[in-house]
Ligand binder design. Sequence first.
Ligand SMILES: [Zn+2]
Length: 478
Amino acid sequence: MEFEAVIGLEVHAQLLTDSKIFCGCSTRFGAEPNHNTCPVCLGMPGVLPVLNKKVTEFALKTALATDCQIAPFSIFARKNYFYPDLPKGYQISQYERPLAEKGWVEIEVGGRKKRIRLTRIHLEEDAGKLIHEEGVEGAFSYVDFNRTGVPLLEIVSEPDIRSPEEASEYLKTLRDILRYLEVCDGNMEQGSFRCDANISVRQRGQEGMGVKAEVKNMNSFRFVQRALEYEIARQKEILEEGGEIIQETRLWEENRGITISMRGKEEAHDYRYFPEPDLIPLKIEPSWIERIKESLPELPGERKERFIREYQLPPYDAGLITGTKTLADYYEQCVKLYSKTKVVSNWLMGEVLGRLKSEGREVEQCPVTPELLTGMLKLIDKGTISGKMGKEVFNQIWASGRSAEEIVKEKGLLQLSDAAEIDEIVDKVLADSPAEVEQYRAGKDKLRGFFVGQVMKASEGKANPRMVNEILKKRLGR
Ligand SMILES: [Zn+2]
């Protein structure tokens, strides 16, 4: 039997508003426990929630950027469950009438484009956080309500995903879109971009769906991929042995590289959803949608296509550079100052990104500005410095923030392009190696590299390699 995986993803994206979804408390991460709280987000009796307008605007931006249809009229619902991190005993979410439906995101895997449909996008509030002491006698559990009421966008995909690679690509694409819109920082490790996966396995060609398991607790792209690979293999094995899959929620355990059963999967009716009586239905004016539509920035997919077209970049370069808005902006500032678009992309993907990554810095913290980088590239083009020296100069710009011209002048790094001076060095090298000269003349061609190396060494790496080769050729006869 040949099996295929059927995967649907639920993403929870924390929105980058200053205040919570239904009260004025700060959403700042890392505050003292229980400092960002008030009677509303603590669920005290007699208080009323008020919807944050900015939250709604961010949700609409996301819905429009993913081609969703926006409901003219949506309602909030109570999702009832009891847990110590949920002070009200229910979460305000949306159920039967979500804010937006039927969108799509386009991904590219192995050079093939594919649309992943979105079922819905809705708004909800986050729960608090439990902290359990471990390994101490008489251990306590603590609850921190700072996160309670932080705005979340839930983005649910159709089960269109067929492999862990597609899942990972879908998540990256979605995260890039949210970052371009500046509505979510997309940080999986800090939990501001979280993902649950519904996975089932069926015989290839079969129409219906198998019993699915929900996998939680995957807080990096790599974990998602590993957890899905594991879960698909687990389900295939059970089916191949004639067993049955149980509908349940499973946790990814990164340390052990397995998923483990957490609980039986709840059905919607377990939550006893009903319309939230404390909030009026959300009615979106078409004119507001129009205004937001006009304000949308160029999105990563569009920008990638434009980079391929306008700067003749290979799709790989264009995809990588447009992955974040700041990197794409940096690139465009460079090519405004310096026209060799592929040269800029090579330096960006090589030296600049490599250095940023090794120092754990973001593009906006790059000490080499587009002006400094392109200033150096122009010196290479003029022959003032060699490409090899460029890397050294780049390191010095990085460390000092000074221009390439200043550094070259001060350190005497100028490339030696004076024919008379090179002539002199070549003379000396040949005079010092009579045996090699004789062997070369007798036909030992590979000694050519030896002479070049000696000349470069004698010039402390400064001689123009093209001229060195020309002069050697003249002197040695070929
Ligand atoms: Zn509050």
